[in-house]
Design a protein around this ligand. Structure first.
Ligand code: WTA
Length: 653
């Protein structure tokens, strides 16, 4: 494990240190905000458990819990003995309390087709699809894999699983068949829901076609349900494959929601770690729903007449928590968009904001940097006056991008909330309260009420002011409950760096005099490309899987738009094709193995890799070389001619 400073370029730190702008919430925003004073923080600090129990009252429980928290580090159980159902909380109770005809999802496909589903519509379809799943043999506790485009049926399928107590595992549609296969096999999913395809940048994502490849080696899958998005070509395998619309025609309209234990699993979501194998992060029901319901309201100042738009794909945790569960638990109206921000033109997002009167907009820094690159003129042809709050998530936002967002999208009227959290945390952990917290561009500000964080040094000593590792120091309701099928990895990965009651985030952070947190990026072998997590080991395994590759090492290097990009150092086997030809082959190979997000930005061919005497690849050095920085201490290098050659080679390119 490397020290936090290693991965942060001096320039980033210098920029953050110099950043002393403070932007208080605009008066007009503050005047109407739900939270305007510190009382929520104070209440939470007095008695965190009582505070979270109070927040859990947001939900409808079939049976109240016996105990708020059982904490046997690192195992936490929240609201034990309580019973509830996620789909009931997202739908049924709204149907009964006046929101029946409110728009839940305003959906737009990339080609411009639109559908609006009211809470009633969604409720109806979720009930029916829950019955469809049952009729195909899905039972409580079974895993259902979802490999779909951003269409309402994905939300329906998730909530239908939740209704009958099946565990959903959504696999991002951009992942390769092989990645889908690994996830299905790890989860031992019984059924797959997919679609004939989806639209992306004007072309087709052939999901069913890709899924067929994956399924050739997925013995656990018994049935496949295909949603018909368009007229995309595919093969239907008799007996195994069924059309969604046909099954829905005959489905009964009511399905009793399964009363789930608060600690029953709601979903598994795979994310990259420091090994070649993604981790199935497990989230349970009661605590997770409490955490996302509360944070959606606090951080986005969500009100009944807002139009909320989180641009994340549901394949990532942001889509789980802030497209599906958080907004629906709160009875919100939201926009859901299938496609790319530059289709047919670079102002598609702003046109959507204009058309639907979006009031809260939540996106990733990489998207903002892309908009910056395209230029502010693209924001200017649309009426953005409906916007009142902007948010970001997924990676550190550079102050420049923050200011651009604030100025050109928010027109200096909208607070910007920079929200730090992870697949593992389930809910937003560090973020401003927009009517209350003065923003400092580039800082996610302070831990939310009921959340307890600290910056620690290598020994676990607290650093009140300065840089170190970001830790979470008390359990929180939406926290992961484990890694699917791998309890040991859960312990070693997150709870063994210091003591077993201190959660290691994998991020470096700096805490300033006012207790604001400035996130500095990952300190482990995880790269954050356009807000998506990829493990260097995953890419390395994909590369060495190629018959011509002898050895590979990957590092993240800074990229002006994506945040980070992958630089791969590759040693080819004797007799392989010339390097010029291998470059594109290998990039494609990684795409095919993992997905387009993992495509290396740069491949550097080398005769040897720099290693310590004990044989460990010196990644820090590779990063320095790939970023063209001066070489650091190389006294531990077994053969420093390797480095000289590498550096020379890199400079030649
Ligand atoms: C990074 C996404 C800085 C961080 C919700 C974290 C951030 C990883 C921020 C989790 C932020 C997320 N500022 N860095 N506001 N938000 N990150 O699991 O490195 O896809 O550990 O969850 O993204 O990524 P994940």
């Amino acid at each position: 494990m490397s020290a936090p400073e290693e991965k942060t370029t001096d320039a980033v730190v210098a920029a953050l240190l110099e950043e002393n702008r403070v932007i208080p919430p605009p008066d007009h925003f503050r005047a109407q905000a739900r939270l305007r004073d510190e009382s929520l923080y104070a209440e939470a600090a007095r008695d965190p458990e009582a505070f979270w129990a109070q927040q859990a009252q947001r939900l409808t429980w079939f049976k109240p819990w016996d105990k708020v928290l059982e904490w046997n580090p690192p195992e936490a159980k929240w609201f034990t003995g309580g019973r509830l159902n996620a789909s009931y909380n997202c739908l049924d109770r709204h149907i009964k309390s006046g929101l029946r005809n409110k728009a839940a999802l305003i959906w737009e496909g990339e080609p411009g087709d639109t559908r609006t589903l009211t809470y009633w519509d969604l409720y109806r379809d979720v009930n029916k699809f829950a019955n469809v799943l049952k009729s195909l043999g899905v039972k409580k506790g079974d895993r259902v894999a979802l490999y779909m485009p951003m269409i309402p049926e994905l939300v329906i399928a998730m909530l239908a699983c939740a209704r009958i107590g099946a565990i959903h595992t959504v696999v991002f549609g951009g992942f390769s068949p092989e990645s889908l296969q690994d996830r299905i096999n790890d989860a031992q999913a019984k059924l797959l829901v997919t679609a004939d395809g989806g639209f992306r940048k004007g072309s087709i994502l052939p999901l069913k076609h890709d899924a067929d490849y994956a399924l050739s080696k997925c013995p656990s899958i018994e049935k496949v349900i295909i949603v018909k998005r368009d007229e995309f070509p595919l093969r239907v395998r008799e007996g195994r494959d069924h059309w969604y619309h046909r099954l829905m025609q005959d489905a009964a309209p009511w399905c009793e929601p399964e009363p789930m234990d608060a600690e029953d699993v709601l979903y598994i979501l795979y994310t990259s770690g420091t090994t070649g194998k993604p981790k199935g992060i497990v989230h349970t029901t009661g605590g997770y729903l409490t955490g996302v319901a509360a944070t959606t309201e606090w951080v986005f100042d969500l009100k009944a007449d807002d139009v909320f738009w989180c641009t994340a794909d549901i394949g990532w945790v942001t889509g789980h928590s802030y497209v599906v569960y958080g907004p629906l638990l709160n009875g919100a109206t939201q926009v859901m968009y299938e496609g790319s921000p530059d289709w047919p033109d670079k102002d598609r997002f702003w046109r959507l904001v204009d058309k639907y009167g979006v009031s809260i907009f939540y996106t990733a820094p990489t998207a903002i940097r892309t908009f910056m690159k395209w230029g502010p003129e693209w924001t200017q042809g649309s009426d953005l006056s409906s916007l009142r709050l902007l948010g970001t998530v997924g990676e550190p936002i550079n102050p420049e991008a923050w200011m651009w967002y604030y100025k050109y999208v928010g027109r200096e009227r909208c607070p910007v909330v920079d929200t730090w959290w992870q697949t593992e945390t389930g809910m937003i952990m560090i973020a401003p309260l927009p009517g209350l917290t003065p923003a400092k561009p580039g800082s996610a500000t302070r831990p939310l009420p009921g959340v307890s964080a600290a910056v620690l040094d290598d020994q676990g000593g607290e650093i009140p002011v300065g840089g170190g590792y970001l830790a979470l120091t008390r359990p929180w309701p939406a926290m992961l409950r484990g890694i699917w099928g791998d309890p040991e990895r859960y312990r070693t990965q997150y709870w063994s760096k210091w003591r077993e009651d201190l959660y290691f985030t994998g991020d470096g952070a700096k805490r300033d005099e006012e207790g604001y947190y400035w996130l500095l990026g990952r300190v482990d072998d995880v790269i954050n490309i356009s807000g998506h997590r990829i493990g260097t080991m995953e890419v390395e395994s994909a590369l060495v899987d190629h018959e011509s590759v002898a050895e590979a090492a990957c590092v993240g290097i800074s990229d002006p738009v994506k945040g980070e990009a992958i630089a791969a150092f590759v040693t080819l086997k004797d007799g392989s094709l010339p390097q010029e030809r291998m470059d594109e082959f290998l990039k494609r190979h990684v795409e095919a193995k993992i997905g387009a997000i993992a495509r290396p930005g740069k491949i550097i061919f080398t005769g040897d890799l720099p290693k310590t005497r004990s044989g460990k690849i010196m990644r820090r050095l590779l990063r320095d070389i790939a970023e063209g920085r001066l070489l650091g201490d190389i006294t531990t290098l077994a053969d420093d001619s390797v480095i000289t050659n590498l550096k020379k080679k890199y400079e030649e390119e």
